[in-house]
Design a protein around this ligand. Structure first.
Ligand code: K1U
Ligand code: ZN
Length: 172
């Protein structure tokens, strides 16, 4: 499979609202394999399809990467069906927002439904890092980055830093 380039902010494609997958075909399974390869190559724990430029509602997560073992989970057309009033704060990072980490407050527990790689409907209740990571990745499907949850000042500082880094990289 293929390691694909990951888009970085402020690339406008990251603001796209992704569309539902109509049928889980071999093409979607190939996309999921490329996403998993791209996530592992970048040392990530999650990835949404839009981060490799594909505006489909597909994400992969692997929170159990230990001793080189890989167990990517694919979530197709994921929907949050319930979110707790209780919130939790985790420090978040993003492969599309390199070198920036900050605390984000989100619902502590969620219930979600999604299709798996075989097109079967699955239900999930999540807390802890899985709940955070799922919400972070599902935000990507709606064109939202974790820095959009920060104060206006922190967000504009982050965008300025990312823009400067891109200019420096382009200048060689
Ligand atoms: O870009 C992404 O959406 C993936 C992102 C997922 C995430 C991380 C932390 C909180 C919420 C969501 C990442 O994988 S960032 C990289 C990362 O988490 C990591 C990298 C190396 C070691 C440990 C963690
Ligand atoms: Zn992200």
């Amino acid at each position: 499979m293929t390691v694909r380039a990951i888009l970085t902010a402020p690339d406008p494609r990251l603001q796209a609202v992704s569309t539902d997958v109509e049928q889980v075909t071999g093409e979607i399974r190939a996309l999921i394999a490329d996403m998993a390869d791209s996530m592992y190559a970048a040392d990530g724990i999650g990835l949404a399809a839009i981060q490799i430029g594909v505006a489909k509602r597909v994400l992969v997560i692997d929170l159990d990467q230990k001793d080189g073992k890989r167990n990517p989970r694919a979530f197709i057309n994921p929907k949050i069906t319930w979110a707790s009033e209780e919130t939790a704060v985790f420090e978040e990072g993003c492969l599309s927002v390199p070198e920036i980490w900050d605390d984000v407050e989100r619902p502590a527990r969620i219930r979600a439904e999604y299709l798996d790689e075989n097109g079967e409907k699955q239900l999930l209740e999540a807390d802890g890092m899985l709940a955070t990571c799922l919400q972070h990745e599902m935000d990507h499907l709606n064109g939202v980055l974790f820095i959009d949850h920060l104060s206006r000042l922190k967000r504009s500082m982050a965008i300025r830093k990312l823009t400067k880094a891109k200019k420096l990289a382009a200048a060689g």
